[in-house]
Ligand binder design. Structure first.
Ligand SMILES: [Zn+2]
Length: 300
């Protein structure tokens, strides 16, 4: 064991003098934090960990300050809807039901596809700081998440991609989590693509590989002879951006009628953030102040 708890980070690489782009990341801490917040069962730890890892990759590809991406997976499985949001390296996630328990698959792996379901869609909303966000979506392939990201990149963004995502779980502990994205860039020769496909079994079980070597070593091993060059490293973290201010805005957006019923019937409100489970309490007086300060155009 080389290091017990290295920081999560994303490596940005090129291969063969820029003919292909690679993102390779460790997300162990992020997946553990998510498991601790949502008290996930192992299969849900894996599903959310994979989703966050894929979303982190999209997040670091967006360079602008304040840009964010949210990925929603709705597969009709018992976990319900899964959501992950990334603002560069800061990621957060939640699911309708993070306590799903399913038997292991025949190969001994967690049945992520069974928990997520595969009758539905993966939707991506990129907030680029402009008025209209970019929205893309496509059908789920398997609900196993990695294949669904690969298919999304290929179909919806016309960018052929190889994606590996893995979360190695033991009970409540995340032993290793991480992901790999390889994208041949325009003009990349066919031999290089073939070469990458030939090597893909090496990174199929990425989280287990990560128990043997740090990711910087793995990228040297996996891409030997293909001139792997690390251009950039981005720290990754599970981080929520909720605040009392945002919760106030959410309350105001309910409109006067619903606010009044919170005041009359519940004598206050307690909001819980879906992503970090932080609680925000509002007294009836505070709700009244919000209502008086709010504009009448929210009236329902
Ligand atoms: Zn929060």
């Amino acid at each position: 064991m080389y290091e017990l708890h290295p920081e999560d980070e994303m490596l940005h690489l090129t291969l063969m003098d820029g003919q292909a782009r690679v993102l390779l990341c460790e997300t162990t801490r992020m997946a553990q934090r998510c498991a601790d917040i949502h008290h996930t069962t192992p299969v849900c730890t894996a599903a959310l960990g994979r989703l966050m890892t894929g979303t982190a990759m999209m997040g670091v590809m967006m360079k602008g300050e304040g840009e964010s991406v949210s990925v929603t997976v709705k597969g009709g499985g018992p976990m319900g809807t899964l959501v992950a949001v990334a603002e560069q390296g800061n990621v957060r996630a939640c699911a309708d039901n993070p306590r799903v328990e399913l038997p292991l698959k025949a190969d001994g792996k967690l049945d992520v596809g069974g928990a997520v379901g595969h009758e539905g869609r993966i939707s991506v909303v990129k907030d680029l700081g402009m008025k209209e966000p970019y929205i893309g979506q496509c059908e789920l392939v398997s609900g196993e998440i990695a294949m669904d990201f690969a298919n999304y990149f290929t179909v919806s963004e016309q960018q052929p991609s190889l994606v590996a995502l893995g979360v190695l779980v033991n009970g409540n502990a995340v032993l290793k989590a991480g992901g790999l994205l390889i994208q041949p860039l325009p003009g990349c020769p066919e031999e290089i693509i073939d070469q990458l496909e030939l090597r893909s079994p090496m990174f199929a079980d990425i989280s287990r590989e990560m128990t043997f070597a740090p990711i910087s070593q793995l990228c040297e091993d996996w891409f030997r002879g293909m001139e792997p060059r690390i251009l950039e490293r981005t720290p990754l973290d599970y981080r929520c951006t909720c605040s009392r201010d945002r919760m106030e805005k959410a309350l105001i957006s309910l409109g006067r009628k619903d606010l009044q019923s919170l005041i009359d019937e519940d004598h206050g409100a307690e909001l819980v953030c879906h992503f970090c489970r932080n609680k925000y309490s509002f007294t009836a007086e505070e709700l009244t102040a919000l209502m008086d300060g709010s504009k009448g155009d929210n009236e329902k």
